[in-house]
Design a protein around this ligand. Structure first.
Ligand code: OAD
Length: 254
């Protein structure tokens, strides 16, 4: 860890905060083996070199998905792999909750690793793989109904013949209603942790960065973001390293 002073400041902030919002992005899961999106070794570069897509983001566009759902389902296979386990950082957040902190996780991830780690209050602002809908008759499916099909490398279809799409938010689709109602009111918390996100995707990055004017914040991200100057404590570090160090220091004092 490069800066001990900032680490101690961050630890003090966590210690004295009762209500903590956690905003997580793909960077929290890279150590689980899931690619993030925009790093040089992330998904979008991987798609550019390995898939024949018009442009990488097409993998999350409805029109393209209807025409060619295979690339999206290939990606889903990696996320739903049973050997993918939460990272130290996911576990650290669940531990903080066990210590009596009120933790609200707002995640852009649909990998469900916060749930597996044991966090209780999770808002999946870019949707989830846990449920899915037929694009024709709108029948609802649980992940268990389609998991094996996806893991076999086959695209799941409904009995009506329609293509099934997991309830992951694609570009151009609205975020789940609960996200808008949550941010409609003035968000209150003692601290916000921003973990593993480039803060590039609207509208959620706007909702989050607006809070930075009012609530102390800790950001941990390997690469710089355009909001680095707006946070209270900044760590351009690996999240597992941050989590391990913080956990060790807090364990002695909480
Ligand atoms: P990005 O890929 O844009 O950003 C992930 C960030 O995590 C990068 O800035 C990395 O530097 C950082 N990172 C990676 N591994 C890390 C580690 N071990 N420790 C610390 N930092 C690490 O991912 P998101 O910001 O989550 O949307 O992307 C937001 C949205 O863009 C996604 O939800 C997805 C995508 O398009 C939809 O699918 C709708």
């Amino acid at each position: 860890m490069q800066n001990n002073q900032t680490l101690f400041e961050a630890i003090e902030l966590i210690k004295k905060s009762e209500e903590i919002i956690v905003f997580s992005g793909a960077g929290i899961s890279t150590k689980s083996g899931i690619l993030d999106f925009r790093s040089s070794d992330g998904l979008y570069n991987h798609i550019s070199s390995n898939y024949d897509l018009p442009y990488p983001e097409a993998i999350f566009e409805l029109d393209y998905f209807i025409e060619n759902p295979k690339p999206f389902y290939n990606l889903a296979m990696g996320i739903l792999d049973q050997y993918i386990r939460p990272t130290k950082c996911h576990e650290f957040l669940a531990w903080l909750e066990e210590q009596g902190k009120q933790i609200k996780i707002i995640t852009q991830n649909s990998d469900m690793l916060h749930q597996v780690a044991g966090s209780q209050d999770i808002m999946e602002c870019h949707g989830t793989f846990n449920s899915a809908h037929c694009l024709e008759c709108e029948s609802e499916f649980h992940l268990d109904d389609i998991r094996d099909t996806i893991l076999e490398g086959t695209v799941p279809y409904c009995d009506c013949g329609g293509l099934i799409k997991p309830d992951v938010v694609f570009f151009g689709e609205d975020l789940p209603e609960e996200v808008y109602s949550y941010f409609e009111k003035e968000v209150e918390a003692d601290l916000i942790l921003i973990l593993g996100t480039s803060l590039n995707v609207l509208p959620i990055s706007k909702f989050i960065t607006e809070i930075l004017e009012r609530i102390p914040s800790i950001m941990v991200n390997l690469e710089a973001t355009q909001y680095d100057k707006e946070v209270t404590c900044l760590f351009n570090e690996d999240l597992n390293e941050f989590a391990e160090l913080s956990w060790g220091l807090l364990e002695k004092s909480l």
